[in-house]
Design a protein around this ligand. Structure first.
Ligand SMILES: Nc1ncnc2c1ncn2[C@@H]1O[C@H](COP(=O)(O)OP(=O)(O)O)[C@@H](O)[C@H]1O
Ligand SMILES: [Mg+2]
Length: 283
């Protein structure tokens, strides 16, 4: 991780002037009823802007994945409103959902769950092209797009055709997920612990690729993580989540160098070497 250099330029730029891409007003998710009721996400407000890198940080069980699933429209919102590009999000029909998913995509913790294991890799990539409206493109064009996407993540398309996802290593699969994002160029990418399965070296590479995509495509990235050190390194803005609530929100610098909430202070102190390892003195 130490080879990553924190990119502060965007923090300096005034984030509040950039258009909002995803906004939430008192977004809530309750599972179950009566005695077995769990308020997984409890009235959270947020505003994610164009090209912003956001981290949502909290311990296991704090509600991060539930929030991510609501943002993706994979599960319903119990209460509150989600705005997409400043309009109330409408995913009430299958058609509207598909349209929404052109703009918002995810990279999950477990790449094995992200793919249909019975589809070969070329057809997985072709599906992305189709989803983006490229179904009728000539085969040479599709081949060119798939090769480009693979080489963006240091995979060779020609070596992958005719293979199934389970024939790849975890790291290769994670890169394949990023190749799919490259093909789909969503406005928003949600990355739920995207690097937890891979070793430190691939981890830095994956983060690097995602940041490069952000720059090239102008994507907003939402990292979901329990790793506050990672959040500091990659994000413009950090949301700290404790038991379904945001207890603190601010720039990555403010949160790490001047935490206010007890919970945030504890998360930072749980990373004993954060100050040495990440050399905050140069910030
Ligand atoms: N489908 C579900 N049904 C009931 N409870 C759930 C469900 N999904 C998550 N929860 C509960 O919601 C809380 C938040 O879980 P989760 O969003 O997975 O947290 P995190 O991703 O931060 O670890 C936990 O208490 C979890 O047990
Ligand atoms: Mg989770």
């Amino acid at each position: 991780m130490s080879e990553l250099v924190k990119n502060n330029e965007l923090v300096r730029e005034d984030l509040s002037k950039r258009p909002s891409v995803l906004r939430g007003d008192k977004v809530t998710k309750v599972f179950g009823y009566g005695n077995s009721k769990t308020i997984a996400v409890n009235q959270v407000d947020f505003n994610f802007r164009e090209r912003e890198v956001v981290s949502i940080v909290g311990e296991s069980g704090s509600g991060k994945t539930t929030l991510a699933k609501m943002l993706l429209g994979l599960i319903g919102v119990t209460d509150g409103v989600v705005y997409y590009k400043d309009a109330v999000r409408d995913i009430t029909s299958h058609k509207k959902k598909k349209e929404y998913w052109r703009g918002i995509q995810a990279v999950f913790q477990d790449p094995f769950s992200a793919f249909n294991i019975f589809s070969k890799i070329d057809s997985l990539l072709l599906d992305c092209i189709a989803l983006m409206g490229g179904k009728k493109l000539p085969p040479e064009k599709k081949y060119e797009m798939m090769s480009e996407a693979c080489s963006f993540v240091n995979l060779k398309y020609d070596e992958l055709t005719n293979k199934y996802p389970f024939e790849l290593s975890g790291g290769q699969m994670q890169r394949l997920m990023i190749a799919r994002v490259f093909l789909m160029t969503p406005k928003i990418l949600i990355a739920d612990e995207p690097t937890s399965m891979v070793d430190a070296c691939s981890r830095a590479t994956i983060l690097d690729m995602l940041m490069k995509l952000r720059d090239e495509v102008g994507m907003t990235i939402i990292f979901i993580t329990h790793d506050i050190g990672l959040a500091y390194y990659v994000s413009d803005t950090v949301y700290i989540m404790e038991r379904g609530k945001f207890v603190e929100v601010g720039t990555a610098e403010d949160i790490i160098l001047n935490p206010q909430a007890e919970y945030t202070k504890r998360l930072i102190s749980d990373v004993p070497k954060i100050h040495e390892e990440w050399d905050l003195s140069t910030v």
